[in-house]
Write a protein that binds this ligand. Structure first.
Ligand SMILES: [Zn+2]
Length: 90
């Protein structure tokens, strides 16, 4: 059952839900980098909304030039470094 909260509030700020979706997706991706276009496809949000969300507070998200793990183009990508992957067991 799909639940869509916040519809009756009337003041849902554009980009907040998108940003939360991006963070959740990137955390689940375990540090894989994604370009803006592929992120938009992955979270099902308009590209403009994704870019607006990414342009806001950085938070856990890291922006850098790199290769997108979906379309393999080298451009500006976004990822969330996986904490558990930063220090592999020796
Ligand atoms: Zn891509």
């Amino acid at each position: 059952m799909a639940v869509s909260p916040g519809r009756c509030g009337g003041t849902t700020e554009a980009g907040v839900d998108t940003r939360a979706s991006l963070v959740e997706f990137l955390e689940r991706a375990g540090g894989e980098p994604f370009c803006d276009g592929c992120l938009a496809l992955q979270v099902g949000a308009p590209l403009l909304e994704v870019r607006a969300a990414l342009a806001g507070e950085g938070g856990p998200m890291v922006r850098a030039t790199g290769r997108c793990s979906v379309c393999f183009r080298t451009l500006e990508v976004t990822r969330i470094p996986a904490r558990s992957a930063q220090r592999p067991p020796s």
